[in-house]
Design a protein around this ligand. Structure first.
Ligand code: HEC
Ligand code: HEC
Length: 255
């Protein structure tokens, strides 16, 4: 065995370089309740340079290139977000927004901003929250993120159970029997921003807005995708069943 160690070490190093550890769980710099206004000011300057041509200088999703892209840049003044780890209707947490900025929204023109420093991304989070009163008005409601446990190993029984649940929970009506996003209801769906929307193609997980790690898929299915017909399933399905569906998507129909 020992002779393989240098090789394994080198492989591990390459793997680490290829996928740097995600540090999205970190707390915001204002977790102690002190958000100083210079942070918001810096965020505003960055926003006007990097984001306004899509999201509009007032955050209404009406920047100069907005008309050329689909889906449309988010109207940040509505306080309605697709990606949140809180139950349906909840606002995204600061960490959710930080993660969205860091990763971008795959499958759309919303890029990853991981080239900006951690502090710059937090400054942007602080600033974009000022576009909607919801963050201030609903502060006391303290939307708690759902608990995401440890992924279940993708044993064949779990994948098979996920396949049954995909039918029973009616996922296929939107996503299609093979998960291509072409189920019988797929042509009738509209999102809360009044645009037609098609269900995600579950065979290409790299284009999922909220990410394709098992924990991401679990979150998207458990709480749904905000402002879209993708419902939440945390009441209808147990934690075990949710992991079975995740395993089915990632290990059978997905790629
Ligand atoms: C090239 C256009 C473009 C640029 C530049 C851009 N965005 Fe976006 N952004 C989008 C689009 C398109 C969406 C909506 C995608 C969707 O609905 O799936 C989006 C969505 C978002 C969302 C909502 C995420 C959610 O959960 O709904 C946030 C927050 C956001 N952008 C922040 C930013 C910030 C901050 C910047 C600048 C650092 C930025 N965007 C720059 C196109 C852009
Ligand atoms: C009423 C229609 C509908 C049903 C039922 C439905 N979905 Fe969806 N789903 C959607 C739509 C629409 C989207 C795309 C959202 C977007 O593009 O922003 C989506 C997106 C997704 C995504 C991608 C999330 C992401 O991060 O982009 C996954 C995974 C998913 N659905 C799984 C499921 C599973 C599993 C079920 C059943 C337990 C299910 N869906 C039931 C409509 C539906």
């Amino acid at each position: 065995m020992r002779i393989w160690h240098p090789l394994l070490g080198a492989l591990a190093a390459i793997a680490c370089l290829a996928s740097p550890a995600e540090t999205f769980g970190q707390e915001s710099p204002w977790r102690d309740g002190t958000l100083d206004s210079s942070m918001i000011e810096s965020g505003k300057r960055l926003y006007l340079r990097k984001c306004a041509f899509c999201h509009g200088s007032g955050g209404r999703g009406d920047g100069s290139v907005a008309r050329y892209v689909f889906p449309k840049p988010r109207d940040l003044s509505m306080g309605l977000y697709k990606i949140h780890s809180t139950p349906t209707g909840g606002l995204p947490t600061d960490q959710d927004l930080f993660r969205t900025l860091s990763r971008g929204l795959p499958g759309t023109t919303m890029p990853s901003w991981s080239n900006l420093s951690t502090m710059q991304r937090w400054q942007l989070v602080a600033y974009i929250k000022t576009f909607s009163d919801r963050f201030e008005n609903e502060m006391d409601l303290e939307f708690q993120p759902i608990t995401i446990g440890t992924p279940k190993p993708p044993y064949p029984e779990s994948v098979a159970s996920g396949q049954r649940l995909f039918l029973e929970a009616q996922c296929w009506t939107c996503h299609g029997m093979k998960g291509k996003g072409d189920g019988p209801s797929s042509h009738t769906l509209v999102d809360d921003w009044d645009y037609p929307i098609i269900p995600a193609d579950l065979t290409s997980s790299r284009n999922w807005r909220g990410g394709y790690r098992p924990e991401d898929a679990y979150r998207s299915i458990a709480v749904g995708i905000g402002g879209t017909p993708m419902p939440s399933f945390d009441d209808a399905l147990t934690e075990d069943q949710l992991w079975d569906i995740v395993n089915y998507l990632l290990w059978n129909i997905g790629s």
